[in-house]
Design a protein around this ligand. Structure first.
Ligand SMILES: [Zn+2]
Length: 82
């Protein structure tokens, strides 16, 4: 998982470019993983995704625990840390 000082960048198994970084919620977010809310002030994971199919880059806010499968998939796909 990313830390405050160390984001994770890599690809998922489908070839999308994915970046995970630790963030602090400045407003209320809905986690795409579980549908639950991320309260203001909560540390969570900011996920930026660049689809391999050429569609637009987008980002989402995930609970840290909900984002773990994304990091695992990036591990499987061959993650680079930077
Ligand atoms: Zn969640």
């Amino acid at each position: 998982m990313p830390t405050r000082r160390r984001p994770i960048r890599g690809e998922d198994l489908g070839g999308d470019r994915v970046e995970l970084e630790v963030s602090v919620a400045r407003k209320l977010y809905t986690c795409p993983g579980c549908g639950g809310q991320i309260p203001i002030g909560a540390e969570h994971v900011f996920v930026r995704r660049t689809p391999v199919d050429g569609s637009s880059r987008y980002h989402q806010h995930w609970h840290t625990d909900c984002a773990r499968p994304i990091a695992r998939e990036m591990d499987l796909a061959g993650r680079r840390r930077n």
